[in-house]
Design a protein around this ligand. Structure first.
Ligand code: 3PG
Ligand code: MG
Length: 398
């Protein structure tokens, strides 16, 4: 157990520039925010800093612009949303480093908030660059990490930065970390992990490690397609990642070795495109023109049975394209089943990740889970038993 420095009441922060790293990587539809749990989650900290009359400079990322300026991934709409929550105009700067930013950070009145542009417009952020972290450190007197959902990334604003400025963990980060640890340390068995999302390559390490801890792993969403293809079925025009055969074989092999049941879709809902009607199909019947957009009834029945037999269920990644009603049944029914069992059979359930939380909220099952985490990848890596780089970076040296 590492000891981390916490932001606390003994620090005199009046007039000090607090460089606050948050995770505002929220689901967006053009420039409107479709789900804002991650913003709401850190409001207590922002309001605390406002009350303490600090100058609050917020840094964050949105999407994966890969070091380029991608106008639709600007954080500007978030400044607008934040202004409503803090009851004053949040100043937005379309840069995240440099002399203009430093100048403005100093001029910011006490108790006011400023938001900087998407950190990932600079490639140095994801490279955990020392010089970029040094530039960032000039914008604050004290750094606070309140970005639990991206603390599994060894990026400059989460990791390297703590070497160059007095650094602390925020209250929400500590709370989320402690709750997830408490609920998962002595997991009640059988334990099941439901994993969705589009890319297998980003989650294969997590899956391999979870296979050793879980009795069941259920794979849904876009990443299930490659398993279906691997079994020799046609997946038509559905999304899948090329050249992942070794990963898939590794996952199948490890699950057998560790006696972990791997549950995959047996039937699917397809469509010709995202806007036309869904059609239930057996895997055998999928043709070249089909696009798999949800799991089918037989699959759901299997999943419900596994949930019924489980004492712990962890969920990250929707089962289908839940934003469109036609393809939302899989995610909705999973949320419903978990919620019923949490209420009636004392199932311990945790769901995490931006899209997963958005789905659960959409179907109004938020109060049916033991805990909803704002984090997806970080939540899964914590389950693996990893020490997250962002948390490690806050370790006390004394
Ligand atoms: C997330 O949403 O998972 C975090 O904000 C981290 O983003 P990333 O997965 O693009 O690194
Ligand atoms: Mg992620």
């Amino acid at each position: 157990m590492i000891k981390i420095r916490r932001l606390n009441d003994n620090l005199n922060i009046e007039g000090k520039r607090i460089l606050l790293r948050v995770d505002f990587n929220v689901p967006m539809n053009d420039d409107s925010i479709t789900e804002d749990s991650r913003i709401k989650k850190v409001l207590p900290t922002i309001k605390y800093l406002i009350n303490e009359k600090a100058k609050i400079i917020i840094i964050a990322h949105l999407g994966r612009p890969k070091g380029k300026i991608v106008p639709k991934l600007t954080l500007k709409p978030i400044a607008k949303k934040l202004s409503e929550y803090v009851n004053h105009d949040v100043m937005f700067l379309n840069e995240s480093i440099g002399s203009l930013v430093v100048e403005n950070s100093k001029k910011l009145p006490n108790g006011k908030v400023m938001l900087l542009e998407n950190l990932r417009f600079h490639k140095e952020e994801e490279l955990n660059s020392e010089s970029f972290a040094k530039e960032l450190s000039k914008i604050g007197d004290i750094y606070v990490n309140e970005a639990f959902p991206c603390s599994h990334r060894a990026h400059a604003s989460v990791s390297e930065i703590t070497k160059h400025i007095s650094s602390f963990a925020g209250q929400q980060l500590i709370e989320e970390l402690n709750i997830i640890k408490m609920l998962t340390e002595n997991t009640k068995k059988p334990a099941t992990c439901i994993i969705g999302g589009s890319k297998i390559s980003t989650k294969s390490g997590v899956i391999i490690n979870l296979i050793k801890k879980m009795q069941n792993i259920i794979i849904v969403g876009g990443m299930a397609n490659i398993f279906i293809k691997h079994k020799g079925y046609n997946i038509g025009k559905s999304i899948f990642e090329e050249n992942q055969e070794n990963l898939i074989e590794g996952i199948i092999r490890e699950s057998k070795k560790n006696n972990c049941k791997l549950i995959l879709p047996e039937d699917v809902v397809i469509s010709k495109n995202h806007n036309s009607k869904g059609l239930l199909k057996n895997l055998d019947d999928v043709n070249d023109q089909d696009l798999i957009l949800d799991i089918g009834k037989k699959t759901l029945k299997n999943i419900n049975k596994v949930i019924d037999e489980s004492k712990t269920v962890l969920w990250n990644g929707p089962a289908g394209y839940f934003e469109i009603d036609e393809f939302s049944t899989g995610s909705k029914e999973i949320a419903k089943k978990i919620s019923e069992n949490t209420k009636n059979k004392s199932l311990v359930s945790i769901a995490g990740g931006g899209d997963t939380i958005a789905a659960i909220k959409k179907f109004k099952f938020s109060d049916g889970f033991t805990y909803l985490s704002t984090a997806g990848g970080a939540f899964l890596e914590l389950l693996e038993g990893k020490i997250l780089p962002g948390i490690k970076a806050l370790e006390k040296n004394e």
